[in-house]
Design a protein around this ligand. Structure first.
Ligand code: ACO
Length: 327
């Protein structure tokens, strides 16, 4: 079966927070943030804007590009670690906003690897029901899970949403997913957490929330594991498909840190001009980062018909993965 990606869309909130703005909030500098991460600015959701609002905007664009009406959808799979609420799922909220009913709606939580986990789930559902039209949408309002007093984390993230529509079909119908590989190692989970709100933490009505409610991580450890696992997974997926580094036209990695991206590119022998990055303008948008990058890479002509695109991701869990998309 061919897993065709018929439409791409992305959305970012209007408000932009620059490094200069952050210098007024925490003890940091544009120089520190830029040299350590490559980030210059990030988008921040409006107070009344939530994950499903942004997912809905990205979904509308992907559906329009695919030429598929919302009511034709059969499944909605939403990747996010910042859902609107515990219940209902954000996928259900996006369905409601699209004005449709009846589809299977499911949230997938794999932190920054959320898009590839959602994409692989979509491939599974498509195998079960080949006539499916599946919306894969990832959306994150990470800013609401930021401790704005912690300079080590709050400078790194931003809010955004990305969406794709997948159907079966002929490879001439559009880009297709060649393969996806996923992995996780729960024993390293405590290196990157958002513990608050989960059942392992007991809260009482009226109790103040603590730092555990926000993203916390051991930056250097995350960095090390990210580079190693993203690189290994790239090698594995190429080997499994009988391909080599030379067959890859473009690398579109999860946008966590420019130095992680550079390190993966170097270890993988991919020159800078074949690596798509938008981290300077978005920061790390977690599960949204890959579909936003894919959508922008297409829009700007960075990726063209005939290109083989390699996508490595890494996130909390730890979770990681790689994908090959033939444009
Ligand atoms: N501004 C100025 N100084 C800062 C800031 C800041 N914003 N943040 C930390 N520092 C200071 C620290 O206090 C520390 O100071 P000290 O040495 O006096 O104690 C020092 O800078 C730390 O500097 P480095 O060790 O050189 O920082 P490093 O090079 O490790 O970079 C960073 C830190 C950017 C966090 C890096 O480790 C990283 O990117 N890690 C990966 C994070 C990541 O990818 N997360 C993605 C997954 S998220 C998800 O899945 C939801």
């Amino acid at each position: 079966m061919n897993f065709i990606l018929r439409g791409f869309g992305h959305y970012a909130p209007e408000k932009v927070l620059t490094n200069a703005d952050l210098e007024k909030i925490v003890d940091t500098s544009d120089e520190w943030i830029t040299s350590r991460t490559g980030i210059k600015e990030r988008h921040i959701a409006a107070d009344d804007e939530c994950t499903s609002d942004m997912g809905y905007e990205a979904a509308q664009k992907a559906l329009a590009q695919a030429g598929i009406k919302p009511e034709e959808l059969t499944h909605i799979i939403c990747g996010t670690f910042t859902p609107d609420s515990m219940i209902p799922s954000t996928a259900c909220r996006i369905q409601e906003k699209l004005g449709i009913k009846g589809q299977m709606c499911l949230d997938v939580q794999a932190a920054c690897s959320g898009y590839l986990y959602a994409l692989q789930s979509a491939r599974g559902y498509l195998c079960l029901e080949p006539d499916s039209k599946i919306l894969v949408v990832t959306s994150e309002v990470v800013s609401r899970r930021m401790n704005w007093e912690d300079r080590a984390t709050c400078v790194l993230f931003g809010d955004a949403a990305g969406a794709t529509v997948m159907t079966s079909g002929d490879t001439a119908d559009g880009p297709h997913v060649v393969d996806v590989m996923l992995a996780a190692d729960g024993s390293l989970g405590d290196l990157l957490t958002v513990n608050g709100g989960g059942s392992a933490y007991s809260y009482k009505l009226g109790e103040a929330i603590g730092p555990e409610y926000f993203v916390e991580f051991k930056g250097r450890e995350v960095f090390k594991h990210a580079v190693r696992n993203m690189t290994d997974m790239c090698e594995s997926i190429l080997e499994r498909n009988g391909l080599t580094k030379a067959d890859v036209n473009v690398l579109i990695p999860h946008q966590a840190n420019l130095r992680i991206i550079d390190a993966v590119g170097r270890r993988f022998d991919i020159p800078e001009e074949r690596i798509f990055t938008n981290i300077a303008r978005y920061g790390n948008t977690s599960a949204a980062s890959v579909p936003v990058a894919l959508s922008e890479a297409l829009e700007t002509g960075f990726v063209n018909k005939g290109d083989l695109v390699l996508i490595p991701t890494f996130g909390g869990g730890f979770t990681w993965g790689s994908a090959l998309i033939q444009f």
